[in-house]
Design a protein around this ligand. Structure first.
Ligand SMILES: *[C@@H]1O[C@H](CO)[C@@H](O)[C@H](O)[C@H]1NC(C)=O
Ligand SMILES: *[C@@H]1O[C@H](CO)[C@@H](O)[C@H](O)[C@H]1NC(C)=O
Ligand SMILES: *[C@@H]1O[C@H](CO)[C@@H](O)[C@H](O)[C@H]1NC(C)=O
Length: 295
């Protein structure tokens, strides 16, 4: 075999084995840069994305695939230095006025002041479920993993594998749950200095622009949805079927938080939670949202 045909064989083998799994996260394969006019870039053979923002525009990307349930994870290095006014987002969202959405939004800050990790869950167009956290490390010094574990029982938000928030499926109590709309994965960097930092008091310092956040190791251990006929397959957890021999139940589709998981989550919530809508009685004079009541 000539060296060039050997290379062709190697390339096609590589392509074959990467089918159906986004492990290793090649951004060329799984994402489109959708806005920002050159401010978003896929680099390093598809292993790195940088999103930048200057006074004219931010930038963003979205996944080519839609997913319905999965463990969807990204490593992110946030905007360093004076990032006040900026928001770096990593979220899942469906389309339309009754959309579902699950958010991580990282609110920038002045040097020395901590980032705020803002989380929210929308079901059928209704949000207002914010919880905010500080982090136990500096998220601008290196890459850290932010994940959504989304199955029929709950959505778990995790940071470096540590659960920080659980949104339970309480449909039996009349609370909406994201389970019948497939979602794409989005990331973006944008100016939100009307609200992001101290409620909008601290503005973006444009002399620090461009601001840049970096992304790598996208991993979607998730059910790829392409038509309504996929809904029951995704909900059953019997996938992926395409790239493996026979069907297999995804482990995490039935994953519960074990007592160690709850313990770690309680630790984060006790030490690092800075806002919880369920504790904000002034905000809901008509009565607290149903999911806030202890069951
Ligand atoms: C989710 O995916 C991340 C990234 O691959 C992995 O580190 C983590 O263990 C997974 N979590 C679960 C609960 O499967
Ligand atoms: C399913 O999704 C649609 C939007 O496509 C929404 O209007 C509807 O209320 C949802 N139904 C349930 C049972 O969640
Ligand atoms: C904005 O950044 C410049 C350059 O570092 C600095 O000199 C200036 O004080 C900053 N402005 C504010 C309002 O922080």
């Amino acid at each position: 075999m000539s060296p060039s045909s050997f290379r062709v064989l190697l390339l096609s083998l590589t392509a074959f084995f990467s089918l159906g799994s986004s492990r290793g996260g090649n951004f060329h394969q799984y994402f489109d840069i959708t806005w920002g006019d050159g401010r978003g870039n896929i680099l390093d053979n598809g292993h790195l994305v940088t999103l930048s923002m200057d006074k004219c525009s931010g930038s963003g990307m979205q996944s080519k695939n839609e997913y319905l349930f999965g463990n969807i994870s990204m490593k992110i290095k946030l905007v360093p230095g004076d990032s006040a006014g900026t928001v770096t987002a990593f979220y899942l969202s469906s389309q339309g006025p009754t959309h579902d959405e699950i958010d991580f939004e990282f609110l920038g800050n002045l040097p020395g002041d901590p980032y705020v990790v803002h989380t929210n869950v929308f079901t059928q167009g209704k949000g207002n479920r914010e919880q905010r956290f500080h982090l136990w490390f500096d998220p601008t010094k290196g890459f850290h993993a932010y994940s959504f574990i989304w199955n029929l029982q709950h959505v778990i938000f995790a940071v470096d594998g540590i659960p920080i928030r659980e949104f339970k499926n309480l449909e039996s109590k009349g609370v909406g749950f994201p389970k019948n709309q497939s979602m794409r994965v989005y990331s973006s960097l944008w100016n939100a200095d009307d609200w992001a930092t101290r409620g909008g008091l601290v503005k973006t310092n444009w002399s620090q622009a461009p601001f840049t956040a970096s992304f790598r190791d996208f991993n979607a251990d998730a059910c790829v949805w392409s038509s309504p006929s996929d809904t029951s397959r995704c909900s059953s957890g019997r996938w992926p079927a395409a790239a493996t021999s026979g069907e297999q139940h995804s482990v995490w589709m039935r994953q519960e938080l074990d007592s160690k998981g709850y313990k770690r989550m309680r630790w984060v919530q006790r030490k690092y939670m800075v806002y919880n809508y369920c504790a904000d009685r002034k905000r809901f004079p008509q009565g607290m949202p149903r999911e806030c009541k202890r069951h």
